[in-house]
Design a protein around this ligand. Structure first.
Ligand SMILES: [Fe+2]
Length: 315
């Protein structure tokens, strides 16, 4: 068994990309650029990349309202036939690709919430081993912090996870686990669930949070250290993106965070040093009381964090 692949667990290994409509591509360009992403024009919309990384993590098109439209998940190429058989054996219908699919390959299906999913053979964008860094520590007799004028722009390195809202956390979690092979990392009753990929990756690839209905809650982008989170929070605030939550530290996943609210009510998270679950680990997901499930420290939670920001159902 390769350390980065379980032969005893069939399932997707990574996020490929997402697509979303937003009310204004111009506002999107400004927000995601300020956040530290590379925002590139492409026919019909914008593509989101992390700096120095050729992978396109997200595609944005202009629409009447913000709507998270599609999630593409990647699997190993030689797992695709078995995944097809498995998905069908679970009573989930496979669909024709949508007419506007840039890449119609792989398998197309809908989650119980109606969100369109594509499972295709693709690059493993989850890490094959953890790569944690600490903020620089002082050396005796020398200053440690850089001068503020020398502070570098924050550049997220990769998309860590996507958090979706739903009217039924348990139903969605069951689908992602039973049909697509994700694993339960931790949950708190039916309030929130964190799922990881079986072939090595962050504590959560997909998070599910109870809300009034289905939609995007946040996109979480990995940065090296909590120092980058603080700098990112300051950058967003200075650019006029004042609404957010953090800096703080989560309990489940252990990551440091700052959530910047996007112009359409959902969030982009700066996340650092999230727990890593290697392929070799047999992680035991637990049910945690609410007070242990959310954050260890941080500012009071603003009501906007729980406001439902999506405009209705998918299907
Ligand atoms: Fe998150």
């Amino acid at each position: 068994m390769s350390i980065n692949r379980r032969t005893d667990r069939l399932g997707v290994h990574s996020i490929g990309e997402f697509s979303m409509t937003v009310p204004s591509l111009k506002e999107a360009q400004a927000f995601y650029s300020t956040f530290g992403l590379d925002v590139l024009g492409e026919p019909g919309g914008l593509a989101l990349r992390t700096h120095g990384h050729p992978h396109i993590w997200g595609r944005l098109r202009e629409g009447a309202m913000k709507k998270f439209e599609r999630l593409t998940l990647h699997c190993f190429e030689d797992d695709l036939p078995a995944l097809k058989r498995h998905i069908e054996s679970q009573g989930v219908a496979l669909l024709a690709p949508p007419d506007n699919a840039q890449d119609p390959s792989g398998l197309w299906l809908r989650s119980p919430d109606g969100m369109l999913l594509q499972v295709r053979a693709g690059a493993k964008t989850t890490l094959d081993a953890s790569a944690h860094q600490s903020p620089a520590l002082p050396v005796d007799g020398a200053p440690c912090a850089p001068y503020r004028r020398h502070a570098q722009p924050v550049r997220p390195t990769r998309l860590s996870h996507i958090a979706l809202t739903t009217g039924s956390v348990s139903q969605q979690a069951d689908f992602y686990i039973r049909v697509l092979g994700l694993r339960m990392s931790d949950h708190s009753g039916d309030g929130v669930a964190f799922l990881h990929a079986p072939h090595g990756g962050d504590h959560h690839l997909v998070a599910l949070a109870a809300s009034a209905g289905p939609g995007l809650h946040h996109l979480s982008w990995d940065v090296p250290t909590v120092d980058d989170i603080g700098l990112g929070a300051m950058t967003m605030s200075a650019a006029g993106y004042k609404e957010g939550w953090g800096v703080g530290r989560h309990v489940l996943g252990s990551n440091y965070f700052y959530y910047a609210q996007d112009p359409w009510g959902s969030f982009c998270e700066y996340s650092a040093t999230i727990d890593y679950i290697p392929a070799s680990a047999n992680w035991k997901g637990k049910d945690h009381p609410p007070e242990d499930s959310f954050y260890l420290w941080g500012p009071d939670v603003p009501p906007a964090l729980f406001a439902y920001s999506e405009a209705g159902a998918w299907a």
